[in-house]
Design a protein around this ligand. Structure first.
Ligand SMILES: [Fe+2]
Ligand SMILES: [Fe+2]
Length: 278
């Protein structure tokens, strides 16, 4: 095994064993267990989440933030669960629990993630892809690997940041150099450990490494495009000053023309004005 492969294996093993992954408090663990059980009703799930006031407030704030474009405000968790479906709620709860960790890891990462989530929704609507909510949650989680690296490999994380500065690299390029694995892969390992479905995991793993032949390529292409557009529009921050290159094969797979992309960007300009440009 060469040095980089060894490092990558060390990161992967950390994901298998570590207990200090982005926090999974008791209530979240219970919610996840309930989501996975076929016996759980929307009301039971809503009641469980509602026991945690901070989590409830965050989920409702996010649901009502324009994230899903509901025409009327959603005021109860049970209502949110009914509207969004179990898997979307699971991802949402996980994202909300990681919010503070994201802010601590990289200023602007939460805003970037939120912008990406909403842009995923715009793209999905433009393309007529169903399951907009779940796709948006994937956008919200796509850079979570950066939080894992920040928490589990602090020294290397600082090396990555220094490398980004001195050599003007993309964050994922610097991660590959220092750790042998970029945050997409790492985030995917985390979501696998959290037992999220493959259609949510694949776009996170592959968002910097799009290949049309891989499974769930359509969703991955959406997340990839949303990420690049958010970086191009400087919505929040991904921790570097560069815009990741847009893979032409992803645009081809989605069958989007310049006019379609222009429409998506117009919608971003109009509807994401509450997210700071950085
Ligand atoms: Fe990323
Ligand atoms: Fe990103």
């Amino acid at each position: 095994m060469d040095g980089l492969e060894e490092k990558k294996e060390r990161v992967r093993q950390h994901l298998e064993r570590a207990n200090n992954l982005p926090t999974l408090p008791v209530v979240i663990a219970r919610v996840i267990g309930m989501v996975d059980s076929p016996q759980t009703s929307s009301r039971q799930l809503g009641d469980e989440i509602a026991k945690d006031q901070v989590l409830t407030a965050r989920v409702l704030k996010l649901v009502n933030s324009g994230f899903y474009g509901f025409s009327r405000p959603i005021s109860t968790i049970t209502h949110a669960v009914t509207m969004l479906g179990f898997d979307a709620v699971k991802g949402l709860v996980l994202s909300c629990s990681a919010l503070e960790d994201m802010e601590e890891a990289l200023p602007g990462l939460w805003e970037h993630s939120l912008a990406c989530a909403r842009t995923c929704g715009f793209i999905a609507e433009q393309l007529g892809i169903g399951e907009v909510e779940e796709l948006s949650v994937t956008g919200l989680l796509h850079d979570l690997g950066k939080v894992v690296l920040f928490q589990g490999f602090e020294e290397e994380f600082h090396q990555v940041r220094a490398l980004v500065e001195t050599r003007d690299l993309l964050f994922c390029e610097a991660e590959e150099e220092v750790l042998g694995a970029h945050h997409g892969l790492v985030g995917g390992w985390l979501l696998e450990r959290w037992a999220l479905p493959a259609k949510l995991v694949a776009p996170v793993s592959d968002h910097h490494d799009f290949r049309p032949q891989r499974s769930h390529a359509e969703w991955t292409a959406v997340v990839h495009l949303a990420d690049v557009l958010c970086r191009a529009e400087a919505l929040g921050s991904g921790g570097d000053r560069k815009i990741p290159p847009l893979q032409p094969s992803a645009v081809r797979l989605l069958d989007l023309g310049m006019e379609d992309i222009r429409k998506i960007m117009e919608r971003m300009d109009a509807e994401l004005d509450d997210i700071p440009r950085m």
